[in-house]
Design a protein around this ligand. Structure first.
Ligand code: PRP
Length: 210
């Protein structure tokens, strides 16, 4: 059962001055449990599991998840990006880099840090299915159902979170904060603000996280 967060809990923060929405210790416990579930689910497959990591946010989760598995696994990566002008996504997802190895007849597990609208996971799933894999499933550390626009089945879910913008453990704000060991909540308006701020502007007052 995924953990459902109905409110933010303070502290247990480690190296940051912010409040931990999900502490690094809690993340680690959950990821280890997901690793056991995934290992059990794929215990009988005859080829190594293909972990298809969706860049960039899922890299931290994927690194820990991979090391929590007790079955053979390979790593592949895909870069997914929404495009469209201004601060809002057009709702279309462009896949800029696709797997290098073959996934035909292989069992593929997509690894996402967070499922929001579901468009990214849906687009990658569709593309992978076109490659005739043996199966495609989805592991997502975070599920934010309040933002859902596309129906997506999450087979292995870490936490269900409320509608708050989250940074840390791979998730970014204007490209920063991925290195934070825990996850911290921010005002939802920060996401729209982040997409309107270039790195050059990031340290200006208007572009600071709230
Ligand atoms: C984020 C996140 C997911 C995607 C989820 O990626 O890492 O891949 O958005 O959103 P969706 O469910 O609405 O499609 P982002 O575009 O911020 O890129 P990043 O991973 O490089 O930070």
């Amino acid at each position: 059962m995924p953990e459902v967060l109905t409110q933010t809990k303070p502290a247990a923060a480690t190296s940051t001055s912010g409040k931990a929405m999900i502490s690094s210790a809690r993340i680690a416990r959950r990821v280890r449990r997901l690793g056991r579930q995934i290992s059990d689910a794929y215990a009988d497959i005859e080829t190594p599991l293909v972990l298809l990591v969706i860049l960039k946010g899922a890299t931290v989760f994927a690194a820990d998840l991979l090391r929590s598995l007790s079955i053979p696994a390979e790593l592949e990566f895909v870069r997914a990006a929404s495009y469209g002008g201004g601060t809002a996504s057009s709702g279309r997802v462009r896949l800029a880099h696709m797997v290098e190895g073959t996934v035909a007849a292989r069992h593929v597990l997509l690894v996402e840090d967070i499922v929001d609208s579901g468009r990214t996971a849906a687009a990658v799933t569709k593309r992978v299915k076109d490659m005739n894999p043996a199966s495609v499933r989805l592991a997502a550390l975070l599920d934010r159902p309040a933002r859902r626009a596309v129906n997506v089945k999450i087979d292995f879910r870490g936490f269900t979170i409320p509608d708050r913008f989250v940074i840390g453990y791979g998730l970014d704000y204007a490209g920063l904060y991925r290195e934070l060991p825990d996850m911290q909540g921010r005002n939802p308006a920060a996401r729209a603000l982040a997409s309107s701020c270039s790195h050059t502007l990031f340290f200006s007052r208007a572009c600071r996280p709230v």
